[in-house]
Design a protein around this ligand. Structure first.
Ligand code: ADP
Ligand code: ADP
Length: 227
């Protein structure tokens, strides 16, 4: 079984300036346990793909399954199986990390006794910022807080949309250390990026999309051998 599976996933935006085909029949599979990159230039359709899985964008046609659950038929179970780290670093400025994680745990119905707020904050290196307002956190800290938030309900799949945008080199390393640790522990990780080097360094499978179409999807070794 796969962590994520899509069939002929298509999205047409009806904008002011006419129809825009953002995804054009994407069929791909993300194997369970993999560290998967969705690679493509700006405007390729990466965020649209992620946002459909997150339930934030309505697909035009096709199917998507997360951890075996169809996003239309079984949307609640599908949503429970995935944690999404959005591209934007939007956070309520007067919420603290601890409060944010508590609210998120509440939304996902994680019982108080099973909450791992301290452990998660420790793991992302924010233990000493647990009670600071989000407005005082740097870009790197915000990104790590959003990873922590995405993992509160311990989903088997973690998706990061352009995670290194606005994160400096040093913090990038600590972000990757945490994400690699999650993957080593069995979490399937999907990231979107427009940097080949990033996909090459971190991932074991790579899908390339361009102008809404799947160009390639293979193991890193097989793919790099062809470039
Ligand atoms: P409207 O509903 O006002 O006609 P659109 O349908 O064009 O506007 O856009 C809806 C939303 O999508 C808007 O919030 C807009 O900012 C955003 N949007 C529009 N075009 C693009 C684009 N090319 N890329 C990203 N976002 C867009
Ligand atoms: P990527 O994440 O790879 O940069 P996106 O999924 O954001 O790509 O965008 C794919 C295409 O769809 C782009 O041409 C973008 O301008 C367009 N697009 C994205 N969001 C909207 C929207 N809300 N309305 C209209 N067009 C959009």
């Amino acid at each position: 079984d796969n962590a994520i599976e899509t069939r002929d996933l298509t999205k047409v935006y009806a904008g002011k300036h006419g129809r825009k085909v953002a995804l054009d029949g994407i069929s791909l599979a993300v194997p369970r346990g993999s560290f998967f990159a969705l690679l493509g230039p700006n405007g390729a359709g990466k965020s649209t793909f992620i946002n459909i899985l997150a339930g934030l964008v309505t697909k035009s046609s096709g199917q998507a399954r997360i951890w075996g659950r169809d996003i239309d038929v079984d949307h609640r179970a599908a949503k429970a199986a995935i944690g999404i780290v959005p591209q934007e670093l939007n956070l309520d400025p007067f919420f603290t990390p601890r409060e944010l994680l508590d609210v998120q745990a509440g939304l996902y119905g994680v019982p108080k006794a099973e909450r791992r707020t301290e452990e998660i904050l420790q793991a992302v290196g924010l233990a000493d910022k647990a009670d600071s307002y989000a407005r005082t956190l740097s870009g790197g800290m915000r990104r790590r807080l959003l990873v922590a938030k995405a993992m509160v309900h311990t989903p088997p799949v973690l998706v990061l949309d352009e995670p290194t945008a606005g994160v400096d080199i040093e913090l990038r390393q600590s972000l990757w250390a945490y994400v690699k640790q999650l993957n080593a522990g069995g979490v399937t990780v999907v990231l979107t990026t427009h940097y080949l080097e990033e996909a090459e360094e971190l991932c074991d499978r790579i899908a390339i999309i361009n102008q809404g179409k799947l160009v390639a999807c293979d193991s890193k070794q097989a793919l790099l051998a062809r470039l």
